[in-house]
Design a protein around this ligand. Structure first.
Ligand code: BGC
Length: 949
């Protein structure tokens, strides 16, 4: 597909394109033509043979979804990529065709005609809105800069889910409430079944299902999917997501059995303290088509289904793990012909609640993504085996080992080991984090959990057959996360910097499990808004989490108070007390803006604009003289070193930066973002008002919080007190330079080390560099001393930690009451690696990498010989790499077709030699700027110093 190979390597080199010979291009065209002929909707073959352009590829709808089944949006938008390695390759026009497909035929729904436009992303569908269940295929062709047309793309498909409650015949079904009375700890999974008779194998069938809780579904004993943790975690009081699968191949003539297992999960488990409900429930609808098209038969959850709570999963909970008793397995329960002998009882039913929206799932599900083999194992003196997977990860543990009938195998895990080699589990707090398995016979056991997950690197086994010789293969880690495509890469000559980037990516893998969580292991795993607020830019670089974040924002909007208050945790579960923290609740305007900036998706900005506005008005209503305080804030959470005994915010972990300064800075930042968003959406009056407001806030911040020497006067003079207003552009010209000097002094007094918490750290390095403090930025980033990113790497980190010293070789473990070894927040610094060190960044004026800003730091101060970043954008692969060569730095820039690049170098034009590509630099404010179209460009940036040596 021309995309990066995202499967294996942490760092992938982009495939630097070679123009290809005319013959190769012709061959590709021939292959395409053959493809088109076999295509369901055949088009006039006029174009393919006449031109040498390639067809558009990687077709996607809305937020990067590829041929989705069970789609949510009746008026989708379309995106495609162009493959053309010629310099300046661009689209000047396109044509889209949308065909409605049914079992009986196809029909043209919409033809855009030839549209003279460069737009190749999010092109709106303008045909009749799509209906529930409707299937379409769509294809596109384009015209290039010379007016040559491409062949048609191959067809991409899309199938709508159930859009309205009136599509549902099903009722919620579940166990009898009495079954769960008093069952607070031992919460079994619920096994549900229904048989049905089919006279013949249906031509097609769809299964729509969801749960209050977690569900997996089988038909005739075959799992419908290996997607996990469905339906995911939303605000179940407002929206519950529905999954759709094509199950045609699973049905047969005669008796068929539908079975589902449901468990508490986020809905009624300890993670939400059963805030949403007391017991899990299932909603499902199987729709079987007739040979003449249309739905012939619907089998829905209703009072004819039966259930049992006496199956093998005797306990299941996200925090506590799972207990499985194989002696309670019910052989044949999920296949035809099963005699339940009274074990299955009729379910209780409830009608669909129309206040809660049933919505086709908008984004990818959680899935088992990769398997980690154990690297080593040891027998502990107490006989237990301890396996090391070599990587802190999130997911399941698969055991495949010899066991003895009736003898419980216990699986425990930990992120770290104690000095004596035993598990360090204190940081799991009240999460039991354990799985047990009781075999029904002697022999090999192959077991993986279902409705729970763990955060761990080490696995401890006991209860296995001690007469057997232990083997490495007994344990595997199954990495679970939302199946968002991997998009971004970073690589450099600096080993620790690469390790840092790898740790950041693993932190993301471990914490994007349907929602963005703070950590995957202890009794939290919640969607803390502050954490994702700071990590969003990096998250959107590493993986395409566009759709996931849009869904998360939808949940946030549903939980926002009428006054614009935002829970600190979304979905808020039972945690409503943690409302309104500055820097946390501001996720409501920061994430929509970042989504827009990094994806170019205006629809998403429009969708969440009312939420952004409400959040800003929350501040406006409280503000006095354009400043606002939010005293109950988490503030600059976990500032590592104290300057005094100042207490701000929730408690002493909230750092020492004034909450007044923090809240006012986010207020100003919000006003600025709102003004930009208003402008994008064409709300000119709003744009002006918010801009004026942001200016007033900036004046108020400058005159109230800083003295004439630029020193922070509000609260403690912390690094963050300078960083936030500087990063957000809220210090007036006359004070700014002085404030930067004071910040420089602050850093020096702090020994050149960082001393920032969750809010300051995410902006520290980039803000220092942006304000001319490159040496300081390098100092805080490239140190192995505490506190700093490399410090934890030297202590063995394979993920980002919650605290810089969560563990140290010298002093052991930090305070176990809050000591996560997989917390992505500090990984926000990764954006500095990709955007400034390697030099590949988005541009607000042409968002979504329609224009790519190439602005690498080329400096002898940087302890690197080379660095590169590669990103799969909606236009194709963009990349930038540089390496030191004799005389300077050789930079290679790759701009994908139909995008443009803006190369900005802090050098005069005389110092730049063009090695490849047609580009010329012009000098602006001591910088050289070149605007380029698509293509590969190579240039040498002369190192003056080297040449004078
Ligand atoms: C979480 C954080 C969160 C914080 C609020 C912690 O317990 O793990 O990541 O943002 O509380 O200050």
């Amino acid at each position: 597909m021309g995309m990066l190979d995202v499967t294996a390597l942490e760092i992938a080199e982009p495939t630097w394109p070679t123009p290809g010979t005319a013959r190769q291009r012709l061959m590709r065209a021939v292959v395409l033509t053959i493809g088109l002929v076999t295509c369901a909707f055949s088009l006039k073959a006029e174009t393919a043979s006449e031109t040498q352009l390639e067809a558009p590829y990687d077709l996607s709808v809305n937020e990067g979804r590829r041929s989705p089944v069970g789609f949510h949006d009746a008026t989708p938008s379309f995106s495609w990529k162009i493959r053309d390695s010629r310099e300046g390759a661009a689209q000047t026009a396109y044509q889209l065709r949308v065909i409605s497909q049914s079992d009986v035929g196809s029909q043209l729904l919409w033809d855009s005609g030839t549209v003279p436009s460069a737009q190749s992303v999010y092109v709106p569908y303008e045909g009749m809105p799509l209906k529930s269940r409707q299937r379409i295929e769509w294809m596109v062709r384009y015209w290039d800069q010379d007016g040559t047309s491409s062949p048609w793309s191959s067809a991409a498909s899309l199938e709508m889910g159930l859009l309205a409650h009136s599509d549902w015949e099903a009722q919620w079904i579940g166990p009898n409430p009495d079954d769960f009375a008093g069952k607070d700890d031992e919460r079994p999974a619920i096994y549900l079944r229904k048989s049905l008779h089919l006279d013949e194998v249906p031509p097609s069938a769809r299964l729509y299902f969801t749960a209050k809780g977690l569900v997996d579904f089988s038909i005739n004993g075959s799992p419908v999917t290996d997607d996990a943790f469905q339906p995911g975690w939303t605000n179940y009081n407002a929206r519950i997501d529905v999954s759709t699968y094509d199950v045609t191949g699973l049905l047969k003539e005669g008796e068929n059995v539908l079975t589902a297992r449901i468990a508490d999960g986020w809905y009624s488990g300890t993670i939400s303290e059963r805030f949403y409900g007391q017991r899990p429930q299932l909603l499902a609808q199987l729709e079987i088509a007739s040979v003449n098209g249309g739905v012939e038969q619907t089998v829905a959850t209703d009072n004819t289904w039966t259930y049992s709570i006496n199956g093998p999963i005797i306990m299941s909970d996200l925090y506590h793990g799972e207990d499985y008793d194989a002696r309670r397995e019910m052989p044949g329960w999920d296949t035809p012909g099963y005699k339940s002998d009274g074990m299955y009882r009729p379910v209780t039913v409830a009608n669909i609640d129309h206040a809660v929206k049933l919505s086709p799932k908008r984004f990818q599900t959680v899935r088992p993504i990769q398997t980690l083999k154990a690297k080593t194992f040891k027998r502990h003196p107490d006989g237990k085996l301890i396996y090391d997977l070599g990587q802190n990860m999130t997911g399941w543990i698969r055991i495949n080992l010899p066991a003895v009938e009736g003898q419980k195998v216990t699986i425990r895990m930990a992120e770290m080991l104690q000095k004596d080699g035993s598990l360090y589990r204190a940081n799991y707090r009240t999460a039991r984090s354990m799985a047990t398995y009781i075999p029904s016979e002697d022999g090999m056991v192959d077991y993986t959990q279902s409705f729970t997950y763990f955060g761990f690197r080490y696995v401890e086994l006991s209860g296995y057959d001690v007469t057997a010789t232990p083997a490495k293969e007994w344990v595997e880690g199954i990495v679970l996360h939302t199946d968002s495509p991997r998009t971004g890469y970073f690589e450099s000559s600096h080993e620790k910097l690469n390790k840092l980037y790898s740790n950041i990516v693993w932190g993301q893998r471990g914490n994007f499990l349907d929602i963005p969580t703070d950590c995957p292991q202890r009794d939290e795993r919640w969607g803390w808004t502050g954490d994702i607020q700071v990590f969003t830019p990096m998250a959107l670089y590493n993986f395409d989490v566009h759709a996931l974040l849009a869904s998360y924002l939808d949940t946030m909007a549903s939980e926002m108070g009428a006054d614009g208050s935002v829970p600190a945790v979304v979905p808020q579960a039972h945690l409503s007390i943690f409302g309104n923290s500055a820097g946390w609740g501001d996720a409501a305007f920061i994430i929509p803006w970042q989504l827009y900036l990094r994806t170019g998706d205006v629809d998403v900005l429009r969708e969440f604009y009312p939420m952004m506005k409400r959040r800003l008005h929350y501040y406006s209503n409280k503000a006095r003289n354009n400043l606002v305080d939010e005293p109950r804030s988490f503030a600059d959470w976990l500032q590592p070193r104290r300057y005094g005994d100042t207490v701000v915010g929730w408690d002493e972990r909230s750092g020492e930066t004034s909450t007044y300064l923090i809240a006012s800075s986010y207020y100003g930042h919000g006003a600025r973002l709102l003004s930009q968003a208003s402008e994008v959406l064409g709300y000119t009056a709003d744009a002006e008002n918010y801009l004026n407001l942001s200016k007033k806030i900036s004046q108020a911040i400058s005159s109230t919080f800083f003295d004439s020497r630029g020193r922070v006067t509000e609260g403690q003079e912390t690094q963050t007190a300078y960083i936030l207003p500087l990063a957000f552009g809220l210090i007036e010209d006359d004070v700014r330079a002085k404030a930067v000097e004071r910040l420089e002094e602050r850093i020096e007094k702090d020994g050149g080390r960082l001393n920032t918490g969750f809010l300051g750290t995410s902006l520290l390095v980039s803000t220092l560099e942006e304000h001319g403090l490159l040496k300081q930025a390098i100092g805080v980033l490239f140190t192995s001393e505490y506190p700093g990113w490399f410090y934890s790497i030297d202590q063995g980190a394979t993920t980002i930690w919650e605290r810089w010293n969560s563990y140290s070789k010298e002093t052991g473990f930090g305070d176990a009451s809050m000591n996560s070894f997989n917390h992505y927040a500090y990984g926000a610094v990764g954006s500095f690696l990709t955007e400034r060190i390697a030099g590949l960044a988005p541009v607000a004026e042409k968002p979504g990498y329609a224009q790519i800003l190439i602005r690498p730091i080329l400096s002898d101060d940087l302890p690197l010989d080379h660095a590169s970043a590669a990103l799969e954008t909606r236009y194709g692969t963009a990349a930038n790499k540089w390496r030191k060569v004799s005389g300077g730095w050789e930079v290679t820039t790759l701009i994908p077709p139909n995008a443009t690049g803006k190369i900005v170098l802090d050098r005069s034009g005389n110092d730049i030699r063009i090695l490849r590509g047609n580009l010329s630099f012009t000098e602006r404010d001591k910088r050289s700027v070149a605007e380029v179209g698509a293509g590969t460009f190579k240039y040498l940036v002369v190192n003056e110093k080297q040449n004078h040596q």
